[in-house]
Every structure is written in structure tokens, then in C-alpha cells.
Design a protein around this ligand. Structure first.
Ligand SMILES: [Zn+2]
Length: 86
């Protein structure tokens, strides 16, 4: 059970509550941007082969915000996320 004071919660409900997410490979957002971090726990997403990093997960439809599988499972009920099947 996730508590409201979970260390990963830092006001994300202000912009992630009820949004639609999609599951995909991590992609480069722009030329000078080579990684992202999970919006909740900070795990690193990259598109290299490094097995220590994440290479797929949930993102907002604009691929600006990324959420790892673990945090998705933990917070999906609290945040009422919808998942796009496209
Ligand atoms: Zn995470």
C-alpha cells in the first residue's frame, strides 16, 4: 500500500493526475537530450545498451515525462492513469 507521504511523491499529482500514458521504448526527446529519469523514483532511462538503465516504460503522450514500471504499478490507482493502447 502506497502512503501519501511516500518519498517519491513530490507534487506530481498537480500535473500527472488522471493523464493518459503510453507504454513504449525510451526515445530521444531532442538532439541535445540523451536521457530521462523516472518522474517518481529517479531511475534513469537511456537508449544505449547499458543494462543498468531502463529502456522502456510509461510516458506521457508527448514523451516528455517518463515513469518506470515499478512506479507505474505503485501509483496507478492513486493517480487514476489511463493507458493508451495505440
Ligand atoms: Zn520509478
Amino acid at each position: 500500500m502506497i502512503e501519501k507521504n511516500d518519498w517519491r511523491l513530490m507534487g506530481q499529482e498537480g500535473y500527472l493526475k488522471g493523464v493518459t500514458l503510453k507504454y513504449d521504448q525510451y526515445r530521444q526527446y531532442s538532439e541535445d537530450w540523451d536521457h530521462d529519469h523516472c518522474e517518481f523514483c529517479g531511475e534513469k532511462f537511456t537508449f544505449d545498451e547499458n543494462p543498468e538503465n531502463l529502456h522502456e516504460g510509461y510516458s506521457t503522450l508527448d514523451e516528455y515525462t517518463w515513469i518506470c514500471n515499478n512506479c507505474f504499478d505503485d501509483f496507478r490507482l492513486m493517480f487514476e492513469w489511463k493507458v493508451s493502447t495505440q
